[in-house]
Design a protein around this ligand. Structure first.
Ligand code: ADP
Ligand code: MG
Length: 279
């Protein structure tokens, strides 16, 4: 890998979902190009259905790509063989909106957190238990959580556990897909700050996917704005927030909730918010 090679380079990626014999496929991404440098947080923002999760899925190897490429440290991985893909799960992890997806309700937190360590043969039972306890602490949970089941925790606690599960292998890249969208505002802030402090500690790279303009501004170094399967704008987060070039980005910012109602009215005035920003 040359010095200038980013950690991830998505090039002209096109993804089509089949819709049966009578309908043409649904084009979820149309020649999308983005790069993610090592150690940065790339925010990916856009309304529901704009293709954000599809882009995350493509990097994780789950999207039906029909054209383009995804390079990871310069290696094309869109068509990685199953064995290589399994190896890559050590480096590329994911956290979803609903941690129930990654937390098996029938397994204790201890079993669930030890799983990736066991799968990659990185620890025996005792070492795994120790590492799990350490990670529970890192995400602000007591080690006793190990013996409990996902249903015994709140949404915010479950998200902390899902974060521990994603980070326990110390991956290089974590795809965070709407990770706070199901949480109360006060809990959202705690989870975002946890992700930020873990990033500082581990030097991990995030692809941070959200429909929420305020959240993406808060978390990202750079932002890419997706609209109907295409990137309409990408650049420094501060520049995009202060001076969005694309009308769609301007509308997203105008529609983003701000705490002060007067500011919010002011913000809403210039453009009628076209996009709906629910997921
Ligand atoms: P976002 O995450 O921005 O809400 P998605 O990437 O989930 O958007 O979806 C982009 C488009 O692809 C949407 O029109 C959605 O309905 C469609 N889509 C997503 N996943 C599938 C799938 N598994 N099968 C068929 N269509 C899908
Ligand atoms: Mg999504």
């Amino acid at each position: 890998m040359t010095v200038s090679e980013p950690l991830v380079r998505v090039e002209e990626l096109t993804v089509d979902y089949p819709r049966g014999r009578r309908l043409p496929p649904l084009r979820a991404l149309d020649r999308v190009s983005v790069t993610i440098s090592q150690g940065e947080t790339l925010g990916l923002v856009g309304e529901s259905g704009s293709g954000k999760s599809t882009l995350g899925d493509a990097i994780l190897g789950f999207a039906p790509a029909v054209a383009g490429a995804v390079y990871y440290r310069g290696e094309e991985i869109l068509h990685a063989r199953p064995k290589r893909r399994r190896e890559l799960t050590r480096q590329i992890q994911v956290i979803f909106q609903n941690p129930y997806g990654s937390l098996n309700p029938a397994k204790t937190i201890g079993e669930t957190l030890a799983e990736p360590l066991r799968f990659h043969r990185l620890a025996g039972a005792a070492a795994a238990r120790e590492k799990v306890a350490e990670w529970l602490e890192l995400v602000g949970m007591a080690p006793e959580a190990m013996k409990l089941y996902p249903s015994e925790f709140s949404g915010g606690q479950r998200q902390r556990i899902a974060i521990a599960r994603a980070l326990i292998l110390e991956p290089e890249l974590v795809v965070c897909d709407e990770v706070v969208s199901a949480l109360d505002l006060s809990v959202q802030a705690q989870i975002l700050n946890l992700l930020t402090s873990l990033k500082e500690r581990l030097g991990v790279t995030y692809l941070f996917i959200t429909h929420d303009m305020a959240v993406v501004e808060y978390m990202s170094d750079r932002i890419a704005v997706l609209h109907r399967g295409g990137v309409v704008e990408q650049g420094e987060a501060s520049r995009i927030a202060a001076n969005p070039a694309d009308p769609y980005t301007q509308a997203l910012i105008a529609a983003a909730p701000v705490p002060d109602p007067a500011v919010q009215r002011q913000r809403r005035r210039p453009t009628r918010p076209e996009p709906t920003t629910r997921n």
